[in-house]
Ligand binder design. Structure first.
Ligand code: HMG
Ligand code: MG
Length: 302
């Protein structure tokens, strides 16, 4: 049965923007984050403490997080998080006053190598001290698993492998594991079967769905996993985004479309659809990108 409430994780400022090759100012990122919070988002992934050589668009991670956490731009009641793939990233994030971080692994060996330059086993070894150190500082850690429904290099991925990496992240101390359909190749029954396998070891309320919409299946896949009891959904305003290490990957499922779906199902998310749609309209015009939210386009068309 469906959950009564769904917690939305807005990843637009990170997953949505990380792939943009044209410069986006720190001020624009901060305004986007503020507008998302004003629309009712209570959890916003704001930045990524990764190497600027790997992901140039996230090079201003310090400025973004400092403005929020130390410059008074954070709103009370909103959690702002950042990706931290290693201790170097975590230390920098802690210096900026971050409240919550995320480590990101993969269920595919090839994707792990391309994305974070190490094997799955090495990544888990690398994350262990990151999680320990964060928790010691009172900073919560979310875990991501990429390629849960397919890999750009390896094709099909065994749900058992997804479960194994998820288990390791959960055992390490991640309070939640977000399951990434990085390239959006999943379909509803496949998503259900994958989730059933992972949920044998991890309570379903500790799992999140992070679906990209490359093949237009993300909303259908979300409906399928909502039926299974998923109550945390990652999404990106206007469907912005794409992964730099997954060629052809489109953006995340659009936040506006998810909120429209949830509203129709009578599931509360706390997000105001009109304000969110206006935010999607604003950011896509500002950075000169098409708005990939169908609900957003319908609500803001002039
Ligand atoms: P590496 O080259 O193996 O690391 O990269 P290294 O330790 O050998 O360091 C190499 C250089 O990077 C050094 O600089 C370090 O200082 C620097 P140099 O001496 O050459 O000038 N460096 C850093 N700089 C800033 N922040 C850091 C950091 N660490 C090292 N934290 C590393 C390993 C993980 C750093 C690299 O591979 C990397 O940055 N990868 C980022 C990949 C990424 O951001 N991908 C996108 C996010 S994941 C995603 O989108 C999927 C997700 O949405 C879920 C889904 O959809 O599936 C989460
Ligand atoms: Mg992603």
């Amino acid at each position: 049965s469906f959950p009564k409430h769904v917690r939305l994780v807005e990843v637009g400022p990170r997953d949505g923007l990380q792939n943009e090759s044209q410069p986006i100012t720190t001020a624009t990122k901060l305004e986007l984050i503020e507008r998302l919070a004003a629309a009712g988002h209570r959890y916003i992934e704001a930045a990524s403490f990764v190497s600027p050589k790997w992901v140039p668009q996230m090079a201003d991670h310090r400025e973004v997080v400092q403005a929020l956490m130390q410059g008074g731009q954070a709103r009370p009641g909103v959690t702002y998080s950042a990706l931290t793939p290693n201790l170097k990233g975590l230390e920098a994030a802690l210096e900026c006053g971050i409240q919550e971080v995320a480590v990101f692994g993969a269920a595919s060996e090839s994707f792990s190598q391309k994305n974070i330059n190490c094997s799955i086993a090495e990544s888990l070894e690398r994350f262990t001290p990151v999680v320990e150190r964060a928790l010691a500082e009172g900073v919560r850690v979310r875990g991501y698993v990429s390629c849960v429904l397919g890999c750009p290099y390896e094709g099909d991925i065994d749900p058992g492998q997804v479960a194994s990496v998820s288990r390791a992240l959960y055992a390490m101390g991640c309070y939640e594991v977000s399951l990434g359909d990085t390239i959006g190749t999943g379909t509803p029954l496949k998503a259900k079967r994958m989730l059933e396998t992972v949920a044998r070891d991890i309570p379903i309320d500790k799992l999140a769905a992070h679906f990209h919409d490359t093949y237009g299946q993300a909303l259908a896949n979300l409906y399928a996993v909502l039926e299974e009891g998923i109550s945390v959904i990652d999404s990106s305003v206007a469907g912005l985004g794409g992964c730099p290490y997954a060629k052809g990957a489109a953006g995340n499922v659009a936040s506006e479309d998810v909120v429209y779906l949830l509203n129709g199902l009578g599931i509360d998310s706390g997000v105001d659809l009109d304000k969110l749609a206006a935010t999607g309209d604003w950011i896509t015009q500002t950075i000169g990108r098409p708005n990939r939210s169908k609900a957003g386009v319908a609500l803001t068309s002039r």
